[in-house]
Design a protein around this ligand. Structure first.
Ligand SMILES: NC(=O)c1ccc[n+]([C@@H]2O[C@H](COP(=O)([O-])OP(=O)(O)OC[C@H]3O[C@@H](n4cnc5c(N)ncnc54)[C@H](O)[C@@H]3O)[C@@H](O)[C@H]2O)c1
Length: 345
């Protein structure tokens, strides 16, 4: 059976993508993850939901020799979906070298091994962070990069550049970079979702963890931006919509011949402010959030949302979930996680 290698498959978006691959394609899935920001139990939840087993390899992608061994064991890999990376903006500001080293070396190692084993289809997890603090809104794939606001964003700019150069030099290698806006929400089953290690830096898990009582503070970082309510504006997109775009992207890649490198924005096209997102949560959960307003956070862009026309036209993809569905699924999952965590104690 043909296999797809998902790196970072135990992580948030990787695990939801594996679920969509199992639901919508006949591929087997091999996953590599070092659990630096995830937990092996994710694979069990994937099995519970899909009835299918992921072939898992606990491994740091920066370990080239071990990575090569995995490819030598799996000669049926037809494509790679590369999620594995460190992803926290504030963490990257504090620890830039760790971010450059992990995110860039992982990609280079994978490309080298793909060449050795003649794997020719590759999807890269990029981010709207590549656009920096642009004032051209909504951003299209053609919007020029501004200076990245964080080392994390810069790693994504560099990785996209590496991939583009590599495709140009290797015309039979085909790749797609998907620029995610703000993935959020959880699987519709309520059985899996995001499991941040430590205090989350993304808004939606920060809200749900505060609401459930894991943390006693919820801070809005800045309410003095030049936006409609003073808080930052983001394009929140449901994780299953993001996952579905990967299935479409794999299907598109497999149909292509040579000389193929494309970039697609994955967002809803709608900007939602941080305060509007908080109010959506309050509405769907019936819980009032006693948040505080703090100062601006280093590395945050002011406002960003996508023009997603290209993904709609060329991938045949359409995001289906609203901010309320994002908040509702995230809240169901947070409550389930509480049950799982107390059963562990
Ligand atoms: N979640 C977001 O808000 C967001 C937005 C834009 C882009 N992205 C990108 O999407 C991808 C997936 O993000 P996510 O939210 O699922 O993150 P995540 O942290 O939940 O998943 C990433 C997974 O990769 C693993 N990993 C990291 N470095 C590794 C290495 N060297 N070797 C093996 N495994 C490694 C981690 O343990 C984790 O399970 C990342 O590349 C991220 O930068 C995420």
């Amino acid at each position: 059976m043909a296999e797809i290698l998902v790196t970072g498959g135990a992580g948030y978006i990787g695990s939801h993508t594996i679920l969509e691959l199992f639901a919508k394609t006949g591929f087997d899935v091999v996953s590599i993850d070092d659990f630096s920001n995830s937990d092996e139990s994710t694979y069990g939840r994937i099995m519970e939901i899909s009835g299918k087993e992921v072939t898992e390899h606990p491994l740091d992608l920066c370990d080239f020799d071990s990575l090569k061994k995995i490819f030598s064991m799996h000669r049926d890999i037809v494509g790679v979906v590369h999620f594995a990376a460190h992803k926290s903006v504030p963490d990257s500001v504090a620890k830039p070298l760790g971010y450059y080293s992990n995110n860039i070396n992982s990609l280079i190692n994978l490309l080298r091994v793909c060449k050795d084993y003649k794997v020719k289809n590759f999807i890269f997890s990029s981010s709207c962070a590549v656009y920096g603090n642009t004032d051209q809104l909504p951003v299209t794939e053609e919007t020029p990069f501004e200076k990245a606001e964080s080392p994390y964003g810069h790693t994504k700019q560099v990785c996209e550049g590496i991939l583009e150069n590599y495709c140009a030099a290797n015309p039979t290698f085909k790749a797609i970079s998907l620029r995610y806006f703000n993935p959020a929400g959880a699987h519709i089953s309520g059985l899996t979702g995001e499991m941040p290690i430590g205090k989350p830096s993304n808004l939606v898990p920060a809200i749900t963890q505060f609401a459930i009582g894991k943390y006693d503070d919820l801070t809005v970082f800045g309410n003095d931006y030049s936006t409609r309510d003073g808080s930052c504006i983001r394009d929140f997109i449901h994780v299953t919509d993001i996952a579905n775009a990967h299935v479409k992207a794999i299907e598109l890649l497999l149909k292509q011949k040579d000389n193929f490198y494309k970039i697609y924005n994955l967002g809803t096209g709608k900007g939602i402010s941080v305060l509007e997102a908080l109010h959506s949560f309050e509405k769907v959960s019936g819980k009032k959030l006693n948040y505080t307003i703090g100062s601006r956070r280093a590395g945050d862009v002011v406002e960003i949302y996508a023009n997603n026309n290209l993904a709609k036209e060329e991938l045949g993809w359409e995001p289906e979930n609203s901010i309320d569905e994002i908040m509702a699924t995230a809240w169901v999952w947070e409550q389930k996680l509480k049950v799982l965590e107390s059963a562990k104690k």
